[in-house]
Design a protein around this ligand. Structure first.
Ligand code: ADP
Ligand code: MG
Length: 460
């Protein structure tokens, strides 16, 4: 299960920029649509507003853009000027690591003349509303011969607004050989018909927006003796092998005990609770979110600030005190269509909490059988990444690009072996794949960053 952009074959520039934008993981629609988009397929994607659609098509068209060629290569159609402006703004943010990419908006309600002037200066990407784009085509001020990507954003809205004929007129001028990406919040007959006309062998993706506790597949495990609880937790981790698992405990002390115990069995686990020093807390969060630690054992309060989408698993080491807290906990997995696991361990003594929860969820709760004990003999699994800590940060003007450069330069590691880079005031953390960690450490120790040597160590 991988939700990070690193899993994609993206240009390192684009990837590094995503990190600097704080895009830690893909949204569900990005997870589903970016792979086929980057492979060049036509894609029809159904997803709600705010789901991150712009990057889903934007990265695709930026990746294949020929920057040296000053011709319009991508056309993005939006229903309104406001939406077009938003899309252009987001595209500029996504493109900022690559120089000289020209993005132009062509919308109605704006003077026509200056748009013609801008077009004459050349642009790579045009974002606009159908009416105005059609007008430019009619007057031959916009040339479409080199367009390789067409995006219909919020297609259902465009049809609602009566742009059907404009859309057809525009599409008829475009090269047949092109990639077409159609995004729509709903998928009525009209959209189906439009899609059939403008796309070829499209890949369909859909992200459910409805998401409540009932839509998450929950597992409950009942065991006799309380002292078996830790063994049960290990069994679940060994069975599901989640890359990122959040384990909830009810007390601070318990988080430490559980994390210690997991580590003593070779698992990659850290505790997160309110008593940690800020610096330690930052480190814990960095290591968990960059996938160099697989299990985070946390209290409810400590986990609240945790900004990680799409955890692979949430495990309740104890049943939450309150059903609402339970629902909030498990809501952190299986986000919007993307499958995660929610497990709850309980002993006989907690049966009353389970009954209360069942009533709250209006569901019956039946325990699953624990995974076989033979799993305990297997070696613990390792996280995919390792973290290197560099004793230099914002104060020393260290930027993610500098680190990436230092790592991937001559005799360095590959860009795709570099994960998340987090720059703090005085230190920087960089994730690299485990198999590249020694090489990366040597490279950073022997080489220079911004002309200086910084102390560097591996911390996990
Ligand atoms: P939509 O077009 O689906 O309505 P947008 O593309 O405008 O959504 O994205 C909504 C917001 O989410 C924007 O502010 C955007 O910068 C942000 N965003 C998009 N993808 C990510 C991501 N992977 N991580 C963090 N933020 C993201
Ligand atoms: Mg949008």
């Amino acid at each position: 299960m991988s939700f990070s952009f690193e899993a994609l074959k993206l240009d390192p520039d684009l990837l590094g920029n995503l990190q600097s934008l704080g895009y830690d993981s893909m949204t569900p629609i990005q997870q589903q649509s970016l792979p086929p988009v980057l492979e060049g397929h036509d894609v029809i994607a159904q997803a709600k507003t705010g789901s991150g659609k712009t990057a889903a098509f934007g990265l695709g068209l930026l990746q294949k853009l020929q920057v040296g060629t000053y011709r319009v290569q991508a056309l993005v159609l939006c229903p309104t000027r406001e939406l077009a402006d938003q899309v252009a703004r987001e595209l500029r943010r996504l493109a900022r690591a690559r120089h000289n990419i020209k993005i132009l908006t062509l919308c109605g309600g704006m003077p026509f003349g200056p748009q013609v002037g801008s077009l004459e200066h050349g642009a790579h990407i045009v974002v606009g509303t159908p009416g105005r784009i059609e007008e430019h085509l009619r007057k031959r001020t916009l040339k479409t011969g080199e367009i390789t990507t067409l995006v219909l954003d919020e297609a259902d809205r465009m049809l609602d607004m009566g742009f059907q004929d404009s859309l057809d007129a525009i599409v008829s001028t475009l090269p047949q050989q092109r990639q077409t990406l159609l995004f729509s919040a709903t998928y009525p007959e009209q959209i189906k018909a439009l899609a059939a006309r403008v796309t070829a062998q499209p890949v369909m993706v859909k992200v459910e927006s409805a998401h409540d506790a009932r839509s998450i597949r929950q597992h409950f495990f009942n065991f006799g003796l309380n002292k078996q609880r830790l063994t049960a937790l290990r069994l679940l981790l060994l069975k599901f092998r989640p890359g990122s698992a959040l384990v909830f405990c009810n007390t601070r002390r318990e988080t430490e005990e559980v994390a210690d115990e997991l580590r003593s069995h070779g698992m990659s686990a850290l505790a997160l609770h309110g008593d940690l020093e800020q610096r330690v807390r930052d480190q814990v969060l960095v290591r968990f979110s960059n996938k160099s630690v697989s299990v985070l054992v946390a209290t409810d309060v400590a986990a609240r600030g945790l900004d990680i989408e799409a955890l692979d698993a949430v495990i309740n080491f104890h049943v939450a005190r309150d059903p609402e807290v339970h629902v909030h906990r498990i809501g952190r997995t299986g986000r919007a269509g993307n499958r995660g696991i929610a497990c709850t361990l309980y002993s006989e003594k907690e049966q009353y909490k389970i009954d209360r929860l069942a009533e709250y969820l209006e569901q019956t709760i039946e325990p699953d059988a624990l995974p076989p004990f033979s799993l305990l003999e297997k070696p613990a699994y390792k996280p995919p990444m390792a973290t290197l800590q560099i004793d230099g940060g914002k104060k020393q003007k260290v930027r993610p690009g500098d680190i990436l450069g230092a790592l991937t330069g001559e005799n360095g590691i590959a860009g795709k072996q570099v994960g998340k880079i987090n720059v703090y005031e005085q230190s920087t953390y960089v994730a690299v794949t485990r198999d590249a960690a020694r090489h990366a450490l040597r490279k950073l120790r022997d080489g220079k960053i911004k002309g200086r040597s910084f102390r560097t160590r591996r911390i996990g």
